[in-house]
Write a protein that binds this ligand. Structure first.
Ligand SMILES: Nc1nc2c(ncn2[C@@H]2O[C@H](COP(=O)(O)O[C@H]3[C@@H](O)[C@H](n4cnc5c(=O)[nH]c(N)nc54)O[C@@H]3COP(=O)(O)O)[C@@H](O)[C@H]2O)c(=O)[nH]1
Length: 805
């Protein structure tokens, strides 16, 4: 800041004023002195002429006498007398014959500038000397003036004029400096000090004191004017402050959150309520972007449109969710408007916390759409859901199912143990049902002990959809048959279920529900703890399924299973292994392909004993071939292991038990696992796989390409071989996608240093192409169908399949 006291002398106003005055005075002094000297020169010239004339007049008489009398002495005295005069440097008296009577002079050569200037003032006077007796002159007096004398005079006077002028100006400057300093600079310094003090203290009541001796002059006027200005400024500031405070009070008294943003939604200010509700401090909130307050971390479109669509939208209303500092979601109703202020765009967003309203709405919605006892969807909700599922099923050409469930003996429990126990039982039933269903399924309570389950989009075909519905129904029956512990009671109930698949020819929701209820009635009358399909064809299928399930339970005991072996070959048709494949000879139905019963054995858990039997059987056969020396050096027996088997806690024990009991070389055993088995619970799967590999058993991934063929899991797993699924192989020649997938799988296997085998090779052209793509091992009808153990032994004896020879 500028400090008057410390400022250099040459910067001070008084000094600058004095300096200016002196310069001007000097210049003016010079000009006026010059004029004065010029006038002086002119006057001196005139007076020199007069004076010379007077002197000549005084000596003229004597000069006449000297010339008349030819008096040399007198003449000498006259001329000497003349040159004594300051202005005359030459005097001469000549006689009428022009002879010189007397001459006298002084040296005139002077190089001074002044002399040169005055040279033109050199004058010569020739005065005829005339007597009273004669008319003609007796001689001539010649006088020449000396301008140097004049120049000295003028110079001397000029010096005096200039030096006195200079001295006067210096004195004037000093005086002016003091005068200006006293009258202007010093009071101004005091004024400035007062201003600085005022600025520092900034007391509204304080004023600049009047300057002593300057109350009535311009400085006094300046102080008064300043004080007036200061007062009005303070009043304006005070008014502004109280207006701002008023605005703040108004902002803070607003019960909603007010957030003011700039055009880019950078928060400019907010009210107390906004800070309090959101939990942010002013420092955190102001300057941050409003988008960060939304749960989506994005501005809702209508809000963003306020600044992007400036011509059309000035005001918007919307609902959204803000996130507090603690991460709580606050449902809000936002009214925002764009305003222009001082050429800038601002957004005023008033957000009202509508948590309470939303809760009430949710409560009302819950009351309207949910059962108050079990919190399951109620009848209205269920009917809504049915409409949705039906329209989607029609759209996607899929079958869905409605299960109508009624608890058996519920009335007895209610009547004997009271409604309280009955209600508690219903709550547990609801939670058991809910727990076992998928996210997309709907479990609802229609009232009393009536529950419904909607199973959307089960399958494209009616039969698989019916089988899925039946599978889920069986699970529900199982779960309902488990005892319920309510208070001190252990309750045994069961359920009856009516099943209606939809959509079909009658798509009226009311009718579908009625028909599911009819099916339920049938199930009840069939003896409870059972289910019934509304359509007889579906019921027939379910009955067959049930019959198969029952038959499977006894198939193992009755030795109805046997194994077939399908050879696996290399590109020379040499046998490198076989795959053991189960076959079922049903006493009444005859041969049942594994596709039709393996799924059921997995659902019912029968796969555990059946899978164990397959492994035992395959290993016994392998041991026999080993003993008969029919196995080529790298021969392997592949056995299919389902996910349920692999996950069974006793699987590893069972595996080593079988190997020990049969005495097979574990290096000649290969387990085929399905791809889907690998992705669930990867860590546990890898541990189990490592244990199997540690026994020397090889692992092959069956049906590869149909599941989640991700490099990520393959890299981590100890897998020996990938088996390309036959669905890709069979259409390899005609389907570009299948070819691309096959190529990728072969490349992936080679990258991971795994063997690759293609199954489903049905002709030479496919094999040729596979060989060209880099596949080395093959399985398929082109080489051999699955054959009995006896036939396979014969093939092993020749080691090569007849086809290749
Ligand atoms: N968990 C167990 N699963 C088993 C067991 N035995 C069989 N299965 C699985 O059942 C599915 C059907 O098997 P299957 O009817 O035996 O069919 C196999 C072959 O016959 C058939 N295949 C072989 N080559 C060809 C061919 O060139 N064309 C053609 N259309 N089919 C052919 O492929 C089946 C072998 O498949 P994969 O096991 O994937 O190698 C089947 O999924 C079996 O896995 C068992 O004991 N346990």
């Amino acid at each position: 800041m500028f400090d008057l006291k410390k400022s250099a002398l040459h910067k001070r106003l008084s000094y600058r004023q004095a300096k200016f005055t002196v310069i001007v005075a000097l210049l003016l002094g010079l000009i006026f002195s010059g004029i004065q000297i010029a006038i002086d020169i002119s006057h001196s010239r005139e007076s020199m002429d007069d004076k010379v004339q007077q002197v000549i007049y005084l000596v003229e008489e004597s000069a006449v006498q000297a010339a008349y009398n030819i008096d040399k002495d007198l003449a000498e005295r006259v001329v000497k007398g003349l040159i004594n005069h300051a202005y005359i440097h030459f005097a001469q008296i000549r006689l009428d014959d022009n002879s010189v009577l007397a001459t006298s002079d002084t040296p005139t050569y002077d190089d001074s500038v002044m002399s040169q200037i005055m040279e033109k003032d050199r004058r010569s006077y020739a005065v005829p000397l005339v007597t009273v007796f004669e008319e003609s002159p007796v001689g001539t007096l010649i006088v020449e003036t000396d301008p140097e004398a004049l120049s000295h005079d003028i110079f001397d006077r000029g010096v005096v004029i200039l030096s006195t002028g200079f001295l006067r100006n210096v004195l004037l400057a000093v005086c002016l400096f003091f005068v200006f300093h006293t009258l202007i600079s010093r009071p101004l310094t005091r004024l400035s000090d007062s201003l600085i003090l005022l600025k520092k203290k900034h007391h509204a009541d304080q004023q600049i004191p009047r300057l002593k001796g300057h109350t009535d002059d311009e400085l006094g006027f300046l102080v008064d004017s300043f004080n007036e200005l200061w007062n009005s400024r303070n009043q304006a500031e005070e008014a502004l402050r109280s207006s701002e405070q008023f605005n703040r009070d108004v902002m803070n008294s607003i019960g909603d959150m007010l957030i003011i943003c700039e055009a880019d939604f950078c928060i400019y200010n907010a009210n107390h309520n906004a800070f309090q509700t959101l939990g942010f401090s002013k420092e955190d909130l102001v300057g941050s972007n409003m988008r960060n307050l939304f749960s989506t971390a994005q501005l809702p479109k209508p809000l963003a449109a306020l600044t992007s669509d400036t011509d059309l939208i000035h005001e918007v209303s919307l609902e959204g969710q803000l996130v507090s500092l603690k991460g709580h979601l606050i449902p809000v109703e936002i009214k925002a408007r764009r305003i222009e202020l001082n050429g800038k765009t601002y957004i005023l967003a008033l957000s009202r916390d509508i948590s309470l309203r939303k809760e009430q709405e949710a409560r009302i919605h819950h009351l309207a759409y949910f059962d108050s006892l079990t919190s399951l969807p109620n009848r209205s909700h269920f009917l809504d859901r049915m409409h949705q599922v039906q329209s989607k099923s029609l759209q996607h050409n899929m079958y869905s199912a409605l299960l109508f469930i009624d608890l058996d003996r519920f009335k007895n429990i209610n009547d004997s143990l009271g409604h309280d126990v009955g209600d508690k039982l219903l709550i547990v039933v609801a939670s058991r049902l809910k727990e076992m269903m998928r996210e997309e399924d709907t479990v609802a309570r229609l009232g009393g002990d009536e529950f419904v389950v909607v199973l959307p989009e089960l399958a494209e075909q009616q039969e698989p959809a019916a089988l899925s519905a039946q599978r889920i129904t069986n699970r529900i029956l199982e779960v309902m048959a488990k005892p319920f512990h309510i208070d001190q009671h252990i309750l045994h109930i069961s359920a009856s279920i009516g099943i209606r698949l939809f959509p079909d020819d009658d798509n009226d929701i009311k009718n579908i529900v009625k028909q599911a209820d009819t099916a339920l009635y049938r199930a009840k009358s069939n003896g409870k703890n059972t289910f019934h399909f509304y359509r007889p064809s579906m019921q027939l299928l379910a009955d067959q399924h049930l019959a198969m399930e029952r038959a499977l339970h006894t198939a193992l005991e009755h030795n109805e299973f046997y194994l077939h072996y399908q050879p696996q070959v290399d590109h020379n048709f040499s046998i490198i292994g076989t795959e053991a494949l189960i076959r079922w000879q049903h006493p009444e139905q005859g041969f049942v392909p594994p596709d039709q019963f393996i799924g059921l054995t997995e659902e019912t858990g029968l796969i555990i004993p059946i899978g164990c039997w397959v492994l035992q059987q395959a290993c016994t056969q392998l041991a026999q071939w080993q003993e008969q020396k029919l196995c080529p050096p790298h021969f392997r027996m592949a056995v299919n292991i389902s996910a349920k088997q692999f996950d069974h806690p006793q699987f590893l024990n069972m595996l080593s038990d079988v190997i020990n009991r049969t005495g097979v070389d574990p290096n000649k055993l290969e387990l085929e696992l399905t791809e889907s088995l690998l992705v669930k619970n990867m860590d546990a799967t890898i541990i189990r796989m490592d244990a199997i590999r540690a026994m020397g058993i090889a692992l092959s991934i069956d049906d590869f390409g149909t599941g989640y063929s991700s490099l990520k899991y393959l890299k981590q797993m100890p897998i020996n071989q990938l088996k390309i699924d036959k669905s890709f192989v069979m259409d390899l020649l005609t389907d570009a996608n299948d070819r691309a997938i096959t190529e990728t799988i072969i490349a992936m296997a080679s990258h991971l240093q795994m063997d690759i085998i293609a199954e489903g090779v049905e002709d030479a052209a496919i094999m040729d192409l596979l060989v060209r793509l880099g596949c080395k091992h093959f399985q398929g009808y082109y080489f051999s169908r699955p054959v009995s153990a006896e036939n396979c032994s014969q093939l092993l004896q020749v080691q090569k399949l007849p086809l290749g020879s």
